[in-house]
Design a binder for this molecule. Structure first.
Ligand code: MGD
Ligand code: MGD
Ligand code: 4MO
Length: 860
């Protein structure tokens, strides 16, 4: 037996030390910092000094990584569907039913490369579609924006654009009230931890559960901050249909609105502030636009319906007196609005009326003086006093692709990384080329025709989302081949049996999936290429730094930790790194030397990357290789803090390090990005675009949900389900791989048949009325499908509301794929593909109506 060796690596849930013995990972744990590492920051507030601990934190998914690496569901060899013959019968209709056989790498690469060449030659550019999913194993070189884009940009492909899934309501709605397009509608967050500790009296967490979502990628870095705030006597109110984990730990009060009615609650609060005169009149008069017209709507002068607390009670189910009490206390205290888990985001922004919720949040905080001391949009997850001037890019900055059109590479990084050689670009993946929204991949394939507005994340400016597109783009061919990277969409997109049906047709003649695990869409590919995990290859990255549409995301962390992601073990089976797979394919396609830039290994790229960042200012390459991580020193003591939007509240030039607004989007560096330069209650951009769109009207308003208690099908499907992000898994990551996460009884429930079922949370009264007991297997259904789950009978949701997390990793139909009950737990089989509005192409994945019965097995 050899000696245990300690390596460094990193994950979506924090950086780690990894103990390896005889090429086997035996342990993985958070990083403990030493005296050699940069000292802590300190914040002085209310007579105390606050400073973080000298450790990093990790999430449950990270704690379960070892069991995911050695999961029996790993794809270890190249696989071919047994009834797929590239030169004969392809039997596409059997995808999802057929077995697989092991083939050699040579055969797999030959089939895939010959199909790429055939499709390019026979159908012209753009007939190959590719897309990855949102989240990737951690590492800026191996990331989809980096390695995948580098390869696909060199081959030429039609990209299935990602919808702004995390942002929806802020992107399609909020942006029209205050700009922030470069953050897709979320607000900046600089120095808000200090501001909160010093000045805030109360936090209203509205659709926010930082103990579950951790901002994003930031593990439990923010948990101590909430304890500090509690110690200082800051009151915490939670508005959430589910009594979420942060509410359970910190909540002083829990309000549970009916799903889809949050904007009504907000209107009810605004009504009280207006009629009682308890808003910041000076701020509203000088820093906002359209208040008078909006007031007419709130008071009922526009439509004859005063949005008073009684009206709000009828819509939301929250008692009038509680609405009044909240409104009065809020107005009397310096209050932070924790709208969504990041400061922005929140399941409510992915509800049917998510646009209006986000817009209402902006109206409320504007009424109380957004940007003044202690008053902001802040969920405690960002805004630690780390040093933003030290440059280390996040994964969205493009890595080795240098793609300035489709990654945030052009902001700064590409010029540093590619000073001496060429970045890649893809003329097809540009506004002049062809693309497909990933929420409509099935329609593109099956119906062959699409029209929509907005190419993917529309961050360039507020108007980008109005741009119209069509598929096929003029002169381009229809899709002939799908190069899928990962396989999560059946668990994460909307009405997802559509994707299953799409795979089972010869309208899609060839499908390859490059996957780490055999799950979800991987089961529908003709060829599966086995990718290894980031513990089996080299990479480099920073804790919680994605950047791109969340500039300076690392301000979620208590320490900026940059790590070398070491290859801890040899790739399992015949799996290879994504980089190696693409390099092998590139050589078969005659572009190998271009892809690898003359034969560079991943380590060569990491070294080039290292020197393109500010790392050499703090550590030598040799030391970094040996030590494996670097902690970025904090700003010198006494540096001036620049709290988010303080400049705006005080009508000064912007002084934060934010990426926007661009000088062209302001006047003399003052004001927000809107037409008026002010925060708008009535949106000037919507007024110009379509003043009559009642689903997204210029005047911010409450709109009844089309999948809620006013819907015609409510009588038949009377349970309103919310489906937010899973507590223990990270979307599909961590779930369903027979890892130890599966054994957590709040994640899956082991039934007598040996299968671990996904959980459906239902109120005691609703369960009783249906004869359902705790952990019974139930059939959850509506017109879109049937999913079998385990009931968790609970008081954490009120009667009429139910809860089931999205993102189950697998898809396990009991009969014909696409036409039978499902038992992995794909609640997203049951939500609606309908967009939020006729002009806003956001997914409303979080709201759905269902009925529930005890499951007695398949009806024969
Ligand atoms: P992920 O789990 O991120 O989900 O939805 P997705 O993006 O679809 O998918 C990652 C996939 O990439 C997995 O298949 C994984 O195996 C693969 N993968 C990861 N790393 C690698 C790698 O290194 N190599 C290869 N080859 N493959 C890799 C997320 C999406 O879900 C998001 S971000 C949001 S915000 C939405 N939220 C939401 C909601 O609130 N409610 C409901 N009902 N639905 C939702 N869906 C959305
Ligand atoms: P959600 O879980 O969608 O997270 O971060 P958020 O968008 O903040 O929603 C937060 C809370 O909103 C939940 O407690 C939910 O019950 C509540 N909620 C849902 N619908 C409504 C509603 O209609 N009204 C109100 N008032 N509340 C509602 C998302 C962020 O999380 C993102 S985008 C990603 S990609 C990451 N995903 C992720 C994950 O999958 N797992 C874990 N553990 N952490 C994650 N962090 C990130
Ligand atoms: Mo997201």
């Amino acid at each position: 037996m050899g000696e245990i060796k300690r390596y460094t690596n990193s994950t979506t849930g924090g950086p780690v030390f990894v103990d390896v013995l005889d090429d086997k990972i035996v342990r993985m744990y958070p990083m403990e910092l030493t005296d050699e590492d940069a000292p802590n920051w300190e914040i002085e507030a209310r007579g105390r000094t606050f400073t973080p601990s000298r450790k990093t934190t990790i999430t449950p998914v990270t704690a379960a990584w070892k069991s995911q690496i050695y999961s029996p569901k790993r794809v270890l060899y190249p696989m071919k569907r047994v009834d797929f013959d590239v030169n004969g019968e392809r039997n596409c209709e059997n995808r999802g039913s057929s077995e697989y056989e092991r083939i050699s790498w040579e055969e797999a690469l030959t089939i895939v490369s010959s199909e790429i060449i055939r499709v390019k030659r026979d159908f012209g550019p753009g007939a190959i579609m590719s897309t990855a999913s949102s989240h990737h194993l951690w590492g800026n070189i191996g990331y989809r924006f980096s390695t995948l884009f580098r390869f696909m940009n060199l081959v030429g492909f039609t990209y299935a654009d990602h919808n702004p899934d995390s942002w929806e309501g802020w992107h399609w709605g909020g942006m029209h009230n205050w700009g922030f397009s470069w953050r897709l509608g979320n607000p900046e967050q600089y120095d808000l931890l200090e501001d909160g500790l010093q000045n805030t009296d109360m936090i209203v967490f509205w659709s926010a559960d930082p103990e579950t979502n951790n901002g994003i990628y930031a593990a439990f870095e923010s948990t101590p901050r909430r304890f500090w705030l509690k110690e200082l006597g800051v009151k915490m109110v939670f508005i959430d249909p589910y009594h979420n984990h942060s509410a359970a730990l910190f909540g002083d009060k829990w309000l549970a609105p009916r799903s889809g009615t949050d904007a009504a609650l907000a209107a009810g609060i605004a009504y009280i502030w207006i009629t009682e005169g308890t808003y910041d009149k000076e701020y509203v008069a000088t820093r906002t636009h359209g208040f008078e017209r909006w007031t007419e709507y709130i008071l009922g002068k526009e439509d004859g319906i005063p949005k008073d607390a009684k009206w709000a009670e009828n819509e939301t189910g929250i008692p009038e007196r509680e609405i009044k009490a909240l409104a009065r206390e809020w107005a009397s205290k310096k209050t932070m609005l924790g709208a969504g888990g990041l400061g922005g985001w929140g399941g409510a922004c992915r509800a049917t009326t998510g646009n209006e919720w986000a817009r209402m949040m902006i109206c409320l905080i504007a009424m109380q003086g957004m940007g003044k001391p202690g008053i902001n949009v802040w969920s405690t997850t960002q805004g630690a006093p780390v040093d933003e001037s030290f440059f280390f890019p996040g994964y969205a900055e493009g890595g080795i692709s240098g793609d300035v059109d489709n990654a945030a590479s052009g902001y700064e990084f590409a010029y540093r990384m590619f000073a001496n050689d060429r970045p890649t670009r893809n003329p097809i993946n540009s506004p002049q080329g062809q693309h497909i929204p990933r929420l409509r991949i099935p329609e593109a394939i099956l119906e062959g025709k699409l029209e929509w507005r907005g190419k993917g994340f529309c961050g360039a400016n507020v108007e980008a989302q109005f741009q119209k597109y069509e598929y096929p783009a003029p002169g381009y061919s229809k899709i002939q081949m799908y190069y899928r990277y990962g396989g999560s969409f059946i668990g994460t997109m909307t009405e997802t049996k559509r994707y299953v049906k799409m795979y089972r047709t010869d309208k899609l003649p060839f499908v390859v999936n490059q996957s780490v695990w055999f799950e979800g869409e991987a089961r529908f590919a003709d060829i599966i290429l086995p990718a290894c995990t980031n513990f089996e290859r080299w990479d480099i990255s920073e804790f919680a730094n994605c950047s791109g549409y969340i500039p300076h995301t690392y301000s979620q962390c208590n320490h900026r930790v940059i790590s070398l992601q070491m290859k801890c073990i040899e790739p399992l089976g015949e799996s290879k790194s994504d980089y190696q797979i693409f390099a092998d394919l590139a050589y078969k396609l005659g572009i190998g030397d271009i892809f690898t830039d003359g034969g560079k290994t991943e380590m060569d790229w990491i070294k080039q990357y290292f020197y393109a960042t500010d790392l050499p200012k703090g550590i030598t390459w040799e030391k970094f290789l040996e030590k494996g991580y670097y902690v970025v020193p904090n700003k010198p003591k006494g540096s001036k803090s620049t709290p988010a939007m303080r400049w705006y509240a005080e009508d000064r030039e912007i002084d934060t390090p934010d990426w926007g607004p661009m000088p062209s989007q302001q006047v003399a560096r003052k004001g927000v990005q809107t037409g008026s330069g002010k925060i708008e209650f009535v949106s000037t951009s919507l007024e110009r675009f379509d003043p009559n769109d009642m689903e997204r009207h210029p005047v911010t308003r409450y709109i009844e949900s089309w999948e809620g208690h006013h819907s015609p099908h409510y009588a038949q499907y009377p349970l309103q389900v919310i489906s937010p992000h899973p507590r223990f898994s990270f979307h599909t990551m961590g779930d369903s791989k027979e890892s130890h996460l599966n054994e957590i009884r709040d994640h899956r429930v082991l039934a007598a048949d040996g299968h671990r079922y996904w959980i459906f949370r239902i109120n005691t009264k609703d369960a009783e009325a249906r004869g359902i007991k705790h952990h019974d297997l139930i059939k959850v259904f509506n017109d879109r499908g049937v999913v079998i789950m385990a009931a968790q009978v609970t008081e954490r949701v009120p009667p009429g509301t139910a809860h089931s997390y999205e993102s189950c990793a697998d898809y396990l139909p009991l009969g014909e794929p696409g036409n039978s009950p499902e038992r992995a737990g794909c609640i997203n089989n049951l939500n609606s593909k309908r967009f939020m509005g006729k002009n806003s192409y956001g997914m409303a994945s979080n709201s759905l109506l269902v009925q529930v019965e005890k499951w007695e097995g398949m009806e024969s």
